[in-house]
Design a protein. Structure first.
Length: 201
């Protein structure tokens, strides 16, 4: 059986490139770019959304980084996937939370800072920054007194939430009011698997 992952590391595909490096599986990386590469007929037959990342693992074809990561860790890296049903639900909860509470707001800032450089709308940045305060306060409080989202060890919950928040690092979002988040992201981002994923094309 072959496993193929699509997407370039300088994009949101990094989330799943990181996951596949964490699970230690042999795989083929196709460095599909989010402009033209992701709109070819061949690629659209893998991900009809025309977005990266996507995964083909034998008979299973998946899009959406959070789903890919939950699948990969459950199947190939039990140490990263919680044992109990309650904890599995928590991993899904945090993954959905990151994509719905953090992602839309951080993307507003990414768009202004990277794709609208000549005509930055500061009010969009300001309101997204304001809207991020509530979820960040929730995360910071949750991380008080524990190293990782589900307790003492790094799991797919950390991979997914900190993977989404790699964009916050890129936009140099000020996390100084959230020391637990800062320390936790430093722990997550020091992992060798992330470094290997970032060095992929
Ligand atoms: N929610 C998706 C987001 C994927 C996504 O939007 N990726 C961007 C690259 S950063 C993309 O492929 N954009 C191409 C397009 O929108 O046409 C995930 O997490 O997998």
């Amino acid at each position: 059986m072959t496993t193929t992952i699509y997407g370039v590391s300088g994009s949101r595909a990094i989330r799943s490139l990181w996951a596949i490096e964490e699970v230690g599986l042999e795989y083929t990386h196709v460095a599909t770019h989010f402009f033209n590469d992701s709109k070819t007929d061949d690629y659209l037959s893998v991900n009809p959304n025309g977005r990266i990342p996507a995964l083909v693992d034998g008979e299973v074809t998946l899009f959406e980084s959070m789903a890919i990561n939950l699948y990969l860790t459950k199947k190939y890296a039990p140490a990263l996937y919680p044992m109990s049903e309650g904890e599995q639900a928590k991993a899904i909860q945090w993954s959905v939370w990151a994509i719905s509470e953090i992602e839309p707001q951080q993307m507003q800032i990414v768009i202004q800072k990277f794709f609208n450089r000549d005509n930055i709308d500061q009010s969009t940045i300001d309101s997204a920054t304001e809207n991020l305060q509530r979820p960040l306060a929730v995360l910071n409080k949750h991380l008080a007194g524990q190293e990782y989202l589900l307790g003492d060890s790094f799991t797919v919950a950390d991979l997914n939430v900190s993977g989404v928040m790699l964009l916050m690092q890129m936009i140099e979002f000020d996390l100084s009011a959230y020391p637990n988040i800062k320390n936790w992201t430093e722990r997550c981002y020091s992992r060798d698997a992330l470094k290997r994923a970032q060095s992929l094309g």
